[in-house]
Design a protein around this ligand. Structure first.
Ligand SMILES: NC(=O)c1ccc[n+]([C@@H]2O[C@H](COP(=O)([O-])OP(=O)(O)OC[C@H]3O[C@@H](n4cnc5c(N)ncnc54)[C@H](O)[C@@H]3O)[C@@H](O)[C@H]2O)c1
Ligand SMILES: [Zn+2]
Ligand SMILES: [Zn+2]
Length: 387
C-alpha cells in the first residue's frame, strides 16, 4: 500500500510502498478515504516534542475510512463496511482510574495514533476496534476528518473553559483547531474574540461567528481584549508560547487559560502575583474522549458546525506541510486523500459568507443549561464533566 513515512526528523516524508498491515486481536483494518493534516503531524514529523515517536512511522490521526476486515476476539460491534474515524487516542487500557472516570485521554498506557501506532497517511491503517468512532452517514469523510482531532479537541477545550452565554471567550490561533474553537464557543452563546497573525484565518473566524478579531501582528491583543472587558476564558491553539502569555494577560479576574497548542518551544512565563490576586487558572486540555467525538459528529450532522478545508492527494503532503508552516494554506484545514479519484473530490471550501448557525445560542442538547457545556451554575466545580 501507499504511505507517507517519516524516516528522519530533518527530512521530508517519503511516499512509498509498504506492506499492508494485518489487524491483530480486537483490531480492525480500515481503508482510508481521507486524513486531515493536523499541526501535530508536523510536530511529529520534525521531532518537536520532548517525547519523540520511534522512527520510522506513518503520521495521521484524522483518518476516516471503511472497515475492510476485523481481527480475532471482541471487535466491540465494529464490522466490515462500517465507516469509522481513527482519532489520536488509538488505545487506552480501559482498566485504570483515568479510563474508569471518563478521562481515558489521561491513561498512562495509551497509544497515540500516528505517533506510537502507524496512522492515517496511508491507504490502510489498523486501529483498535474499541477506539474507532463510527461516522454518521450524513457527514462527508473530508468533513469527518478535521472533526476527528481539530473538532473533538476544541469541543473539549470549550467544555474545560466552562464557557457560558455571559462570557467573552478569546481564541488565540484560528487555524485548523481554532476555526472550530470559535464555533463551539459561539454555540454556547458567549461573545468570541479571535486572535491570529494570519489575516485570511481571521476573516474565516469572523464568518464563523467571532464577534471581534485581532491581528496580533498589527495590534496588541492584550490591550484589545482588555478594552472589551477581559476574557473569562482564553483558549490558545497557537503554535508559539508568546500567544499563551498574551492569552493569559488578556484574562478578566477569575478567568481561565486553556492550553491546547503544543509549540516546539515548550516554556511560557506567567506572573505569580497577578495569578494569585486575579484568582486566575491555567489548565491543559488534551484531545477529547470517544463520547466527545460522538457528540462532535452529532452536532455537525445537525448543521451546527462548518469545516473550511481543501482536499489534496497524499503525494503532496510535503507541500501541504510547507503551506501550513508559511501561512499560505488556502483554508484552515488541509485534508489528504491517499487514493485520488478526481470525481470524488470537492473543490476547496473557503468561507466567503457569514455562517449563521454558529451565531445562534443552541438551547438544546450538549449546550443546554444543565447540559455538558458549563453555564454559570456549573462553573464552581471546575472542569465540567458529563455523567
Ligand atoms: N491539546 C491537544 O489535544 C491538541 C490536539 C491537536 C493539536 N494540538 C496542537 O495545537 C496546535 C495547533 O494545531 P492546528 O492544527 O490548529 O495548527 P494550525 O497551523 O492550523 O493553526 C495554528 C494557528 O496559530 C496561528 N499562530 C501562530 N503563531 C501565533 C501567535 N503568536 N499568535 C496568534 N496566532 C498564532 C497560525 O497563524 C495558525 O493560524 C499545534 O501545536 C498542535 O500540535 C493540540
Ligand atoms: Zn491533531
Ligand atoms: Zn487506562
Amino acid at each position: 500500500m501507499k504511505a507517507a513515512v517519516v524516516h528522519r526528523f530533518d527530512q521530508p516524508l517519503a511516499i512509498e510502498d509498504v506492506p499492508t498491515p494485518e489487524p491483530g486481536p480486537e483490531q480492525v483494518l480500515v481503508r482510508i478515504e481521507t486524513c486531515g493534516l493536523c499541526h501535530t503531524d508536523i510536530h511529529a514529523a520534525r521531532g518537536d516534542w520532548p517525547i519523540k515517536p520511534q522512527l520510522p512511522f506513518i503520521p495521521g490521526h484524522e483518518g476516516v475510512g471503511v472497515v475492510e476486515r476485523v481481527g480475532a476476539g471482541n471487535t466491540h460491534g465494529i464490522e466490515p463496511g462500517m465507516r469509522v474515524a481513527l482519532p489520536w487516542l488509538g488505545y487506552a487500557c480501559g482498566d485504570c482510574a483515568y479510563c474508569n472516570s471518563g478521562r481515558e485521554t489521561l491513561c498512562e498506557r495509551q497509544l497515540a495514533m500516528g505517533y506510537m501506532m502507524n496512522g492515517g497517511f496511508a491507504e490502510y491503517t489498523v486501529g483498535y476496534a474499541r477506539h474507532v468512532v463510527r461516522v454518521p452517514d450524513g457527514i462527508a469523510s473530508a468533513d469527518a476528518s478535521p472533526l476527528t482531532c481539530a473538532g473533538v479537541t476544541t469541543y473539549k477545550a470549550v467544555k474545560v473553559a466552562g464557557a457560558s452565554s455571559a462570557d467573552l471567550v478569546a481564541v488565540f490561533g484560528v487555524g485548523g483547531l481554532g476555526h472550530l474553537a470559535v464555533q463551539y464557543a459561539a454555540i454556547t452563546g458567549a461573545r468570541v474574540v479571535a486572535v491570529d497573525l494570519n489575516g485570511a484565518r481571521l476573516e474565516t473566524a469572523r464568518r464563523l461567528g467571532a464577534d471581534h478579531v485581532v491581528h496580533a501582528g498589527e495590534e496588541d491583543p492584550v490591550a484589545a481584549i482588555r478594552a472589551l472587558g477581559g476574557a473569562q476564558a482564553a483558549i490558545s491553539t497557537a503554535v508559539h508560547p508568546s500567544a499563551f502569555e498574551q492569552a493569559f494577560r488578556s484574562l478578566a479576574r477569575g478567568g481561565r487559560l486553556v492550553c491546547v497548542g503544543l509549540p516546539a518551544e515548550n516554556e511560557m512565563r506567567l506572573p505569580i502575583f497577578e495569578t494569585v490576586l486575579g484568582g486566575l487558572s491555567v489548565v491543559g486540555s488534551i484531545v477529547g474522549t470517544h463520547l466527545d467525538l460522538e457528540e462532535v459528529f452529532a452536532l455537525h450532522a445537525r448543521g451546527k458546525t462548518v469545516i473550511e478545508r481543501t482536499e489534496v492527494p497524499l503525494d503532496d503532503v510535503n507541500d501541504a506541510i510547507e503551506a501550513v508552516l508559511d501561512g499560505t494554506a488556502g483554508t484552515a484545514r488541509t485534508v489528504l486523500r491517499p487514493v485520488w479519484v478526481a470525481d470524488q473530490i470537492e473543490p476547496p471550501r473557503r468561507l466567503d459568507h457569514a455562517v449563521e448557525p454558529a451565531h445562534e445560542f443552541d438551547p438544546t442538547g450538549a449546550f443546554a443549561p444543565g447540559g455538558v457545556i458549563g453555564l454559570p451554575a456549573h462553573r464552581s466545580g471546575g472542569t465540567v464533566v458529563r455523567r
